[in-house]
Design a protein around this ligand. Structure first.
Ligand code: FAD
Ligand code: NAP
Length: 317
């Protein structure tokens, strides 16, 4: 593919941050293109019920919400690109043109870039986790829960994701065991109460996953270690769901943009601008504190307004 695709503004990512940035930029009259990435719609497409996104009095479905946001962005004039960016070259020659290269081979150029590449699930990194990946080990209950109907499953983690995964799995599984490395959940109080009250969910505190056990057919159980006493016990499970948080998708920007020690893009407090003129960051890729759909959307809005201002000033110069 040889033709270079140019748009004055390019947005990377189609989660709440990217879609909101696209809606605001396109409505401001900016020529806007959005590269969707490998997960069109972002993280909310792997969940079911969303009950905290403002504007809906009834519970809505995450994938539906993201379809609506993408349609809204398109209706406002955003050009959607089905690609995943593998390389970025920020302007260094004073030309103020940033270059991007997609997995498709397509080359893109823009004067302003809004990075909304979000975050992805983290893994424990133990050997048996990799060995049984997709053979009983999963990072998404809504995607794989149905395979474990009427079976015993294990959920690792203590945040909102782990609790939601456990509640979702409890609908169809025989039992759900949750292990958490501390003796208190990290997630919201309302979810904590639901999990604790659920008759099918058994919580084991101060406990970590030592090893996932299995055979040629897949997972059969797990070795659990109490991190207070050191005691290791074995239990039978057919599925193991790892729900221990997320890692920002910033590998693309290593050595090019400032990041903290865990890889989150760093921007000055209260802003969304990076150290590269015209390059902005919004959503879970730069926010490790709130990490919500609504806050990501808010940062997306800020980034679009700043990008529009940058492009305006650039044109006047
Ligand atoms: P993401 O949603 O992570 O989107 C990132 C986007 O970037 C994706 O489209 C991806 O394809 C794209 N991308 C990545 N790399 C590239 C690349 N190199 N090139 C191009 N594109 C790229 N929040 C709530 O407020 N309420 C909830 O009920 C809720 N439930 C959740 C349930 C689960 C299971 C999970 C995992 C999260 C949940 N969250 C919830 C958190 C919420 O989903 C996130 O805060 C939000 O999606 C972050 O939005 P984002 O746009 O920053 O990034
Ligand atoms: P999180 O809040 O970072 O929680 C991760 C959990 O996994 C923590 O309990 C952590 O333990 C544990 N953990 C991390 N590394 C571990 C390891 N190596 N071994 C064992 N346990 C480990 O991540 P999350 O639950 O994915 O949530 C991410 C964001 O999305 C949050 O902001 C959350 O509010 C949001 N979200 C919101 C909703 C909702 O609003 N309904 C739903 C899902 C997610 P410690 O507690 O000890 O650190």
């Amino acid at each position: 593919m040889s033709d270079v695709f140019h748009s004055d503004l390019i947005i990377l990512g189609s989660g709440p941050a990217g879609c909101t940035a696209a809606i605001y930029a396109a409505r401001a009259g900016v020529q806007t293109a959005l590269v969707q990435g490998m997960q069109p719609g972002g993280q909310l497409t792997i969940t079911t019920e969303v009950e905290n996104y403002p504007g809906f009095s009834e519970i809505i479905q995450g994938p539906w919400l993201m379809q609506e946001m993408q349609k809204q962005a398109e209706n406002c004039g955003t050009e959607m690109k089905f690609d995943h960016i593998k390389e970025v070259q920020f302007s260094e020659d004073g030309s103020d043109v940033h270059k991007l290269i997609g997995e498709s081979g397509q080359e893109y150029t823009c004067y302003s870039l809004v990075i909304c590449t979000g975050a992805s699930a983290k893994w424990l990194g133990i050997e048996s986790e990799e060995k049984f990946m997709s053979k009983g080990v999963s990072g998404c209950a809504t995607c794989d829960g149905a395979f474990f109907r009427n079976q015993d499953v294990l959920v690792v983690g203590g945040g909102n994701t782990a609790m939601e995964e456990a509640l979702y799995l409890a609908n169809g599984c025989k039992s759900v065991t949750m292990i958490h490395r501390r003796d208190e959940f990290r997630g919201e109080v309302v979810l904590r109460e639901r999990v604790k009250k659920h008759e099918k969910i058994n919580i084991i505190w101060n406990t970590e996953l030592e090893e996932i056990l299995g055979d040629d057919m897949g997972v059969t159980g797990a070795k659990l270690r109490n991190n207070q006493t050191g005691e290791v016990t074995e239990q039978n499970f057919m599925g193991v769901f790892i729900a221990i948080g997320h890692k920002p998708n910033t590998d693309l920007f290593k050595g090019k943009l400032e990041m903290d020690e865990t890889g989150y893009l760093q921007v000055p407090a209260g802003t969304v601008h990076t150290k590269v003129p015209g390059v902005f960051a919004a959503g879970d890729v730069m926010d490790h504190t709130y990490r919500q759909a609504v806050t990501s959307a808010g940062f997306g809005c800020m980034a679009a307004l700043d990008a529009a201002r940058y492009l305006d000033e650039r044109q006047q110069a």
